[in-house]
Each structure stands twice: as C-alpha cells, then as structure tokens.
Ligand binder design. Structure first.
Ligand code: NAD
Length: 515
C-alpha cells in the first residue's frame, strides 16, 4: 500500500556521520568532473560536436561537465520521438506511471548526498541549500505520484436514472519543459515528472548553466523504468532550441520556470498559431518575484531581523522567493535595520564546499555584473548599510548587501535583482506597509511579522501574493505543505507541489452513456 505523503526530512549536518556522507558525495562527484553527457532522444544517446560547458561558479577553472547541445534538427527529431511515445504512454496505467516516480524517488534518496554535492559544485549551493533542493526533488516525485493515484478515476458528477456520466482527466500531449538554474534539481525534476506522471511525453530543456545535474536526473528516470521517448533531453540555447520548440505545431503545452521577460516571450509566441496546429497551447509559467517582508510595530523584532537576513541571503538571494524588500513600520525601523546589519556582518561567505560558509557565489559572470550594477544604482538611490563589495577573481562572490532608506518606487525596490541585495524602506503604519508591499508588478511571496491577529487577518486579505507567511521568512516552501507559485507578473497563478497542479497538465473529458 502506498504510505501517506510526508516531506523528505532535511539532513542534520551537526551529526558527524551526515557530514561524512556529504563529503563522500563530494568525492563521488569529483570522480566524474569534466565528463561528457549526451542528448537523449527516443531512448537513443546522441553526441554532438557543439557542447554546453558547465563550470563551478565558486571556481571558474573547474569544469563540471560538457553537455551535448541540441540543434534545431535534433530538437525536431526529439519532438517526433515524443509524439510517438505519447501514443502508448497516455494509455499506460496511472499506477505504472506513478511507480516510475516512486522508484526514481528511492534512487534519488539513496544518492541524495551525491546529488546535493553536485548542486554545490555546479550551482554553488551551500550544503543546507543543496540538501533542501535534493529533498524537494524527492518530494515532488513522491507527491505527484500520489496525486496521480488520487485523480486517476476522475471526479464524480451527477447521473440521472438510466444514465452513466463520467468526468475523467486525460493527458494533453507533448510538453516542453524549460527550467531555471536556481533549483536545478528540484524545479527541473518537479516540472518534468508532473507532466510525465499525468501521461504526457516531454522534451526537457534545462538551464545552460546547470545541465549536468539535469543529465544525471534523466539517468535516474531511465533506471526507474521510464519507457523510451517519454522523456527527451535536449539541452540547448534558449533562443534557438527554446523558440523552436515553443513555436512547434506539435507542442501541446509549455511548462516554463524562469525570468519574467523570457516567460512573456514564451507566452506571446505560444499564442501564435503555427501551420498545422490544431489546439491552443497551454502555458504554465512560474516567473520572477520581488518579495517583501513587512515588519509591524507590534512584533518580535529579533525574529523580524533574523527572517529578513535568512530570506534575503540564503543561496545568495538567488531564489524567486528571496526577500529583496523589507518594509518596516517607522517606530521600529532603526531597531530592525540595525539588528539586520549586525546579523549580516556575521555571515560567512566563500567556497560552498566548506560547510562553515553560509553563502557561496552567484551563478555566473552575467549575474555577477548585473548584481554589481544594481549595487551601483543602490548607492545613488539609498544608503549602503552593509556589504556592497564583490570579487570575481576566482568565483563570483558578492557580499550580502543592505541598502537603507529607499523610496518604495526606487528601482532597487521594484526590479528583480536576483542576488544578495535587500532594500529597506520605512512605512507610516501597518496599512501603509501593506500598500508598499503590493506596489510591484510581481506577487510571488511575502511575509508579515506581527503579534496582532487583526493585522494578520488584514494581510491575509490584502497582501496580494501567492505565498504569504506569518512570523517567519518568505522562502522555504515545502511540497504538499505550502504549494508554491505567484500572482501577477510572477506567473500563471499555478501552484507547484499543490493538489491541483497535475490538472494543469491534463484536460477533462465528459462521457455519458444511456443504459
Ligand atoms: P531565464 O528566464 O533566464 O531562463 C529560464 C530558462 O529559459 C532557461 O532554461 C533558459 O535557457 C530558457 N530560455 C531562455 N530564452 C528562451 C527562449 N527564448 N525560449 C525558450 N526558453 C528560453 O531564468 P533563469 O535565470 O534561469 O532563472 C532565474 C529566474 O527564474 C528568476 O527570475 C526567478 O525569479 C525565476 N524563478 C521563478 C520561480 C517560480 O516558481 N516562480 C522559481 C525559480 C526561478
């Protein structure tokens, strides 16, 4: 019998045995650094001349792996393989599809620390962050498999006498999965397996900075018994392969996670009919955020400062849920700001392979340059209160940075920076703070620190974000516990890891028979 779902526990690295397991994982990864990885099309491994080279962001010299790069021709071949595989996969029993996910979860759990160590190497994730990413990937597998078992017999509808009505969910067709680098395992795996367990076949295009962990995950699904052609692995340039697949007439849906601009582009292109296309493409898009923690005057101020610092600087602020704005009611502004500065100055930054470092690098040179540019802008818009320096000589390291006294409409308070930078602004009172919190085009996560229950209720009603947290930070959603996804420019209002997520990859069919 399938056991009830429970999330994968995080590893306690204060225990020596667990630390050793992680170090073993690092050794395993070091054993395969620099290797080549193929495309996977219809079960066939294909090597191309042109490669995507993946580097360690903490150590630019270190090559993590070289991954074959799909051209348009190969993308077309993969599309045809997916179209073919869909014919049988859609008829494969949901229980069998779910079992592939359950087995993949078991394999991943056995190789947990190896995968986490690979995330440390390829994405610059500190131990705790890498461990959470791997745990989340396991959770997606376990949760979506169970969700599929729940909906496999459809939903009851009414029948009149001598009538038998049914309402069943059937898969959509071929899906294109386009994933980001910041949760290179969890989001890549989650979006892929949700589509697959629902009976679709997919083409997976991972982010170009983190393709090796995706290649390794593809191997796990093969080992778990996924039939050929159901998952086709086509790393490549977003502009070339991405556009080609998004535009393709056989693409039935696109599941995208990434930036606002790319999401908008995909949404627009997907709405244009291609020759021979006979459906409206569905787009599931999880986009950026500009997430706020609001601190009320009636609040635990130590909790407030801790929550801001942890949410702003965990994984160098490179989470769509990261706190990049702190809106503080004026009576307690100085106190919270000063404590946040103190806590920030205590943070350690350096190679994430060293467990004692709280923060590692940012992902690449482009990200480094963009964040440093925002730090320059911040110096004009506000007061630099902590950090502000970067060093890209060996890897892409940027200090955790706080800007104080920003205007709520400042660029630093409006645009997604996606790095370790948080802006502070002052609000007259709680209602004003909520108003400021809502004044961006995004609506992903937010948190409110207050002891006042009425204000909690006010925020519940008025703070317009997909994930709202009280008296805690605004990152760290757990699959099946805090389904995740935002409003407005943060996406298509879907909730990954939620009870209705699989339905986004399916369509309902009504059948009615007279007896
Ligand atoms: P990105 O938009 O640069 O890239 C995302 C993916 O899109 C990559 O695989 C990329 O290769 C691909 N891509 C680029 N151009 C394309 C095109 N023309 N057609 C098709 N695909 C294309 O984002 P990123 O830098 O990888 O990730 C960071 C962004 O993702 C941030 O904005 C962050 O907020 C967002 N994000 C959102 C969520 C969420 O759940 N809402 C989760 C994680 C990350």
């Amino acid at each position: 019998m399938v056991q009830p779902y429970k999330h994968e526990p995080f590893t306690d690295f204060s225990v020596e045995e667990h630390r050793n397991e992680y170090l073993e994982g690092l050794k395993t990864v070091e054993g395969y650094l620099g290797k080549d990885y193929d495309l996977l099309i219809g079960g066939e491994r294909i090597t191309t001349e042109e490669k995507i080279v993946s580097y360690n962001p903490a150590n630019k010299e270190e090559v993590i792996g070289r991954v074959s790069k799909a051209s348009k021709d190969l993308a077309e071949k993969a599309m045809q393989a997916a179209v073919e595989a869909f014919k049988t996969w859609k008829k494969t029993k949901p229980e069998i599809r779910a079992d592939v996910l359950f087995k993949a979860a078991a394999i991943l759990r056995r190789r947990k620390h190896e995968f986490s160590a690979l995330l440390t190497k390829e994405a610059g994730k500190p131990w705790r962050e890498a461990d959470a990413d791997t745990a989340e990937a396991i959770d997606f597998l376990e949760y979506y498999a169970r969700q599929m078992l729940k909906i496999k017999d459809g939903v009851p509808v009414q029948s009149r006498p001598n009538e038998y009505n049914r309402y069943d969910y059937i898969p959509l067709g071929v899906g294109v999965i386009i994933s980001p680098w910041n949760f290179p395992l969890a989001i890549m795996a989650g979006t892929t397996v949700a589509a697959i367990v629902a009976g679709n076949s997919v083409l997976l295009k991972p982010a170009s900075t983190t393709p090796v962990v995706a290649a390794k995950f593809v191997e796990v699904l093969e080992e778990a018994g996924l039939p050929k052609g159901v998952l086709n692995f086509v790393p490549g340039s977003g502009a070339e392969v991405g556009d080609y697949l998004v535009d393709h007439k056989d693409t039935r849906f696109i599941s995208f996670t990434g930036s606002r601009d790319v999401g908008l582009r995909i949404n627009q292109r997907a709405s244009t009919l291609s020759e021979g296309q006979i459906w409206l493409k569905r787009v599931i898009a999880e986009m950026g955020g500009k997430d706020t923690i609001v601190v009320d005057s009636e609040a635990d101020l130590e909790l407030a400062a801790q929550s801001i610092v942890a949410s702003a600087f965990g994984f160098s602020g490179q989470k769509c849920s990261a706190c990049s704005r702190a809106v503080i009611v004026e009576d307690v502004y100085d106190q919270v700001l000063n404590r946040a500065i103190e806590l920030t100055e205590q943070l350690t930054i350096g190679n994430p392979e060293d467990q004692t470092n709280f923060m590692g690098p940012v992902i690449d040179q482009n990200a480094y340059n963009k964040i440093m540019d925002y730090i320059k802008i911040g110096k004009q818009e506000g007061r630099l209160a902590a950090g502000g320096e970067g060093d890209d000589s060996k890897g892409y390291f940027i200090q955790p940075t706080i800007f104080a006294d920003l205007d709520p409409s400042a660029r630093l308070m409006q645009e997604e920076i996606f790095g370790p930078v948080v802006g502070f602004t002052k609000a007259r009172d709680f209602s004003h703070a909520i108003e400021i919190a809502n004044n961006t085009e995004y609506g992903l996560t937010g948190a409110v620190i207050t002891r006042n229950r009425e204000k909690i209720q006010q925020a519940r009603e008025d703070f317009h974000v997909g994930n709202l947290y009280f008296n805690r930070g605004c990152t760290g959603a757990i699959v099946g516990y805090q389904p995740f996804g935002g409003f407005n420019m943060s996406g298509t209002d879907s909730k990954a890891g939620g009870p209705d997520y699989l339905l986004l990859h399916m369509q309902a069919k009504t059948t009615s028979e007279m007896f």
